[in-house]
Design a protein around this ligand. Structure first.
Ligand SMILES: *Cc1c(COP(=O)(O)O)cnc(C)c1O
Length: 386
């Protein structure tokens, strides 16, 4: 007998396939050009440049790699300071730490987990070089404010837009505002290639060097364009470019970007409509995401924020007992085992609150409407009957 929806388990994430991935991967294989920077890579890069107006795009093997390229381009020297929110993934900070930077962690806003732009200026010293806004859940940071501060203090802005594909700030695509930006195509993101990433270069003076760093410190790209008659080792770099097989997979996803986004938005709105009355009730048990007027929502994630750690733990357990995998997210990086003794000791209470209280609900393309309703009903049951 087929299991009814009532008995089915709902995972937290399921990678979505559009159906053309294997076809394009086969095509890449058949064409016999498997290393990077071939036809599929160029197609993907052009897609992003055309659709979002990024000046230059380079596919990378991950967002972490794109951020490492950004750290090299920013010319981080030992002891340079980089301002990063503490409530983020390790890579937002690690890429700069590997280049020798000291991370100055910033707190989140009360309204949402993004960096509190109003607290940035107090963290700037003569050693500050870079600000890394992270668009949490694909919702924009206050980029006008951040760019204004950066300009005043001659700082570089690297957007960690890992979660922010197809999302906007005052009508401008995220990833197009900072000097540099990085996206992720990890299988947990909206658009995927298993592992994969993208570096976007908006400040043109970084373009030439970015291509060299991307191609292991060589001016190979210029050689293939016929701009130089031999190529060699001209700078630092690494093997940051993915193979054509990965780019072919990504291309199948990009062709369906609008469909993927509209399905995710539908699911997000379904959660929102069903949970809003509970979040608005008297003495609510949780708050919904706050999306500022300047930001759009790309439905990367649906999260709620509980009142405290204990209630979150009970809610996650209640969902799990009902076959639903909901998960918390980051532990504050300023108190991580790797960085706590390097952190300057400032308390970052909002980051800690999100670390303790935020829960992400299942969110993926193939999630069914009735599964969303089921999750909402189980949360209702938790709020009213526990
Ligand atoms: C996923 C993610 C990354 C890392 O992306 P990879 O492609 O796995 O390297 C970095 N920053 C943030 C905010 C992320 O969500």
């Amino acid at each position: 007998m087929e299991a009814s929806i009532k008995d089915m388990n709902i995972p937290f994430n399921k990678p979505h396939l559009t159906g053309k991935e294997a076809h394009y991967m086969y095509q890449a294989v058949a064409e016999g050009k498997l290393s990077g920077n071939g036809a599929f890579t160029k197609k993907c890069q052009h897609f992003f440049e055309e659709r979002y107006g990024f000046k230059k795009c380079l596919l990378t093997t991950s967002c972490t790699d794109a951020l490492e390229m950004a750290a090299i381009l920013c010319d981080i020297q030992y002891g340079d300071e980089v301002i990063v929110p503490s409530y983020t993934f390790v890579s937002s900070a690690l890429a700069f730490v590997r280049a020798g930077a000291k991370i100055i962690f910033a707190d989140s806003m009360k309204e949402n987990p993004n960096i509190d732009a109003e607290q940035i200026e107090a963290l700037i010293t003569p050693r500050t070089k870079v600000i890394v806004p992270v668009h949490y859940a694909g919702v924009a940071c206050d980029m006008d404010r951040i760019m204004e501060i950066a300009e005043k203090h001659h700082l570089i802005v690297v957007e960690d837009a890992a979660q922010a594909i197809d999302s906007y700030y005052k009508g401008r695509p995220l990833g197009s505002i900072g000097h540099l930006s990085a996206f992720s195509f990890h299988e947990t993101k909206n658009i995927i290639s298993g592992e994969g990433g993208l570096l976007c270069i908006n400040d043109e003076h970084f373009i030439r060097r970015a291509e060299i760093i991307w191609e292991k410190g060589t001016n190979r790209a210029e050689f293939f364009r016929g701009e130089v008659n031999k190529y060699g080792w001209v700078d630092t770099g690494s093997s940051f470019l993915p193979s054509e097989v990965i780019a072919a997979f990504l291309w199948a996803q990009l062709e369906q970007l609008d469909d993927i986004q509209s399905r995710r938005k539908h699911l997000w709105n379904l959660y929102h409509t069903n949970l809003l009355p509970i979040a608005n009730s008297q003495s609510p048990k949780f708050a919904l995401a706050n999306i500022p007027d300047y930001a759009t929502n790309n439905s990367h994630m649906f999260y709620i924020v509980c009142n405290n750690l204990e209630e979150r733990t009970t809610l996650i357990k209640h969902l799990k007992d009902n076959g639903i995998l909901a998960v918390f997210h980051y532990l504050s990086l300023h108190s991580s085992p790797y960085y706590q003794d390097k952190h300057d000791g400032r308390a970052l209470p909002e980051c800690d609150r999100y670390a303790d209280c935020l829960v992400r609900l299942p969110m993926y393309y193939d999630l069914k409407d009735e599964e969303v309703i089921k999750v909402c009903n189980i949360i209702k049951d938790f709020v009213y009957n526990k």
